[in-house]
Write a protein that binds this ligand. Sequence first.
Ligand code: ZN
Ligand code: CU
Length: 484
Amino acid sequence: MSTCDTLIRNARVFDGSGTGEEIADVAIRGDRIAAIGPRLDFRAATTVDADGLALAPGFTDVHTHDDLYVIRHPEMAPKISQGVTTVIVGNCGISAAPVSLSGRLPDPMNLLGEADQFRYPTFSRYVDAICAAQPAVNVAALVGHTALRNNHMERLDRAATQIEIASMRAQLQDALDHGALGLSTGLAYLSATFATTEEVMELAQPLAAAGAVYATHMRTESDAILDAMHEAFAIGRSARVPVVISHLKCAGIANWGRSGEVLHAFEAARAAQPIGGDCYPYAAGSSTLDLRQVDERVKITVTWSTSHPEVAGQTLAEIAKQWQISQLSAARRLQPAGAIYHSISEDDMRRILRHPATMIGSDGLPNDPRPHPRLWGTFPRVLGRYCRQEKLFSLTEAIHKMTGMPARRFGLADRGLIREGYYADLTLFDAEKVEDTATFDDPIRPSLGIAGVWVNGAIAYNAQGPTRQRAGRFLPRGKTEWIQ
Ligand code: ZN
Ligand code: CU
């Protein structure tokens, strides 16, 4: 009889490929899946009875801002408690590396941490820090355009010069050489919005040879969203790389109901070039408090404010009323600050979530004292509310969006599927009970129904909570695969 370390018996196995399920046993040996099949004949050090439970590849959170949090809080409770085994950091143009701050920490890099926490002038120093931190989850990283701009530009309210672009490109190349997944931009933010399309195109040149991707928080997600999408697609074509549209949504009341139009443009472009997207399952966004997004008709909750910390948790309307000024003036007085914007229509969000080309990304903000509930709830919410209750998609499809699809698109080698020889990143959960419990009023709450989470073969989470085993690794870029 063969031996293994862990034998998971009688699970409903969803292999992550998006095709069906089977009742099977899964054997783990070391950090890999040793075998899959009905009634495996293995002698195991640990046997887990998974009768009635679903077993999936560990989830990949493709859109995170955990860059520095994962080093300071390697137990990664918000993510491991959802069944997430890999986080992709460096989204929205902001990354922890390569970064050399000369005093200034521009918005929204301040979402990642305090200035003194940015200690990684090269990408390889960041990789070393991840390895030293031994996080509970695996970490793969994009390089942020805004971070690069901030390294090489005196001021960010203009386009980069040719010389500056060359310096940024050299840093991007170095990061790609050390395993970065690709480049991200946050062109909507004031720290990057003055970058021209050509600046990004020229910076993106090294991506193709590396087989890397371009992920973008587009120039706008409101009125001119179609123009912003076309810009993103043009950058992808110019650089000859796949494009990931970050947190795809139609923002602002004037744009409610436009998801059909947006997805139509998305599909039309997908017929001609590799394009994907990610989204989170909530009708509200969150970021720094942006004066351009203040709209008296939209409920905006202030999550933090450096100048007025006492108002955290109140709505901008309440604050403005107390201060007897307009919401815009209040927002100005609160800077720098963070906010939750209830500015998305539920129907649009569902339609985008349901689209077969979207992956799941929490966009959670782990340093926020009153975070958007997506930080703790995204994955169980997709599985519970939107799959089981609302039936937006089958469980097979939901799991595929969180596992096989992201692993292929971002080049996470030997992950994202339950296959013999693949890494044993696995999530066991009760498909009838899995549910998010984090709410806007009470956002720091672990989900229900997650029964076991293995990362590189080690049990990181069980029904009692985190086990304190931290077996996550830095994941260098592997070969990406884009099937349209
Ligand atoms: Zn973003
Ligand atoms: Cu983001």
